[in-house]
Design a protein around this ligand. Structure first.
Ligand SMILES: *Cc1c(COP(=O)(O)O)cnc(C)c1O
Length: 405
């Protein structure tokens, strides 16, 4: 067995891996940005915003798309468009970015937290059903990292109980469930275009839907009441009384950046999926470790993060996930770590008082997210073949060392 780099052996990567910079930049977009700058038209249902709405709707197969300031307010407005408010409950998974839960709090409703599946790390449909009460108005499954929530079961349960479904697709640009893009299965799909995401404009987000009435509401809600496509100062029809609207608009610059990236999303998704599946094959063959399972009926899996679950019970006594992370880092895999490290309601930034949310189930999330999960940034799925094989070699070297028969 070759000596681990952390113990003084030679690392698998003797040179740093050639990770691409993220987000990507394209010269054509740079020129476009300058044109927009020179045009003096920077916002307010401009041509770039309207064009991106159409492009993203076409890409996902949704009838409508509405861009917004970020992927947190998309969740908030999706909830408002569906009529969620004070007194209502919204079911969310225990393991997600805190925005999923906080958006519910913004509306005055109560987030109800349920456990995740141990393999996909996404909402457990059974736990979802168990948490339903007469107050449950909506559910937000999150298609997390490199997997998807079980849409078949979640949609069936939601339909049975008359519950609205918002898919949090902040990690799922390009992902397809049964050959149809995520976000088009529920009532509304919510996307983030924050700097780290799969298409990224610094800040940004979008809601997609097939429902014309919801689309109209989402447009108004995010544009301080203006009708979709209106020009500044144009009167048009006012929003319905009681629909309190926000200014969550984006600028033309963001829309142009996203259009440029969207043109590459398909080929990039295919490349990342191919590399992830290669790594999955090699890593799943190792003892004491398992790659996060694909979505059960994912026909195209987008990978925002490559994540693995370490079976610490089968490793040398006392081994922690952080030992594995440090050993992998020493072999040259930078930026591998515990991710958020905790379920949503224990993340550092979570400031929602305990009487404003409820935890229904969380056993898997507590054990896996706190002790067993390791995550790797998406650039690690964008390496050439040779370096991708070296990533697998590093896992092989480290796990063989720490495994205890
Ligand atoms: C990034 C993210 C969001 C929203 O992100 P913004 O930073 O507000 O654009 C929502 N849900 C999940 C799961 C996310 O990772």
């Amino acid at each position: 067995m070759s000596q681990l780099a952390i113990e003084g052996g030679n690392p698998v990567f003797t040179q740093p891996a050639p990770l691409p910079a993220w987000p990507p930049i394209y010269q054509q977009t740079g020129e476009k940005l300058l044109q927009i700058y020179n045009s003096h038209r920077w916002s307010f249902y401009g041509s770039e915003e309207l064009a991106f709405n159409e492009e993203f709707a076409a890409y996902t197969g949704a009838a409508y798309c509405s861009m917004m300031a970020n992927g947190t307010v998309t969740l908030e407005l999706a909830l408002l468009a569906l009529g969620v408010g004070p007194g209502d409950e919204v079911i969310v998974p225990a393991h997600t970015w805190l925005a999923t839960g906080e958006a519910v709090v913004y509306t005055g409703a109560t987030p109800v937290i349920v456990d995740i599946e141990p393999d996909t790390l996404c909402m457990d449909p059974e736990k979802f059903e168990q948490a339903i009460t007469p107050k449950t108005k909506a559910v937000i499954p999150v298609h997390l990292f490199g997997s998807m929530a079980d849409l078949d079961r979640i949609l069936a349960i939601a339909a049975k109980h008359n519950i609205k479904v918002i898919e949090d697709c902040a990690h799922s640009h390009g992902g397809e469930w049964r050959n149809r893009h995520t976000g088009t299965w529920g009532d509304i799909g919510s996307f983030s275009f924050q700097e780290s995401k799969l298409i990224a404009s610094g800040e940004g987000g979008a809601c997609i839907t097939n429902d014309e009435i919801l689309a109209e509401k989402l447009g108004r809600l995010s544009h301080i009441g203006y009708q979709i496509g209106s020009k500044q100062g144009q009167k048009g029809t006012p929003p319905p009384m009681g629909l309190i609207c926000r200014n969550y608009r984006v600028t033309e610059f963001q829309a142009a950046i996203l259009s440029g990236q969207l043109a590459h999303l398909k080929e990039d998704t295919i490349m990342r999926e191919r590399n992830a599946e290669y790594l999955r094959k090699r890593i799943d063959a190792l003892p004491g470790i398992k790659v996060q399972a694909r979505g059960k009926h994912a026909t195209r899996q987008s990978y925002y993060i490559f994540s693995v679950i370490v079976d610490i019970d089968r490793l040398k006594q006392g081994t922690t996930r952080s030992d594995i992370a440090l050993a992998l880092q020493a072999e040259g895999i930078s930026r591998i770590g515990g991710g958020w490290g905790r379920p949503m309601y224990h993340q550092n930034l979570w400031s929602v008082p305990e009487d404003m949310y409820r935890i229904e189930s969380n056993a898997n999330a507590e054990e896996i997210v706190c002790n067993r999960l390791l995550v790797c940034q998406l650039q690690w799925l964008m390496l050439p073949e040779k370096e991708t094989a070296m990533v697998a070699d590093a896992f092989e070297k480290v796990m063989t060392h720490y495994y205890c028969d």
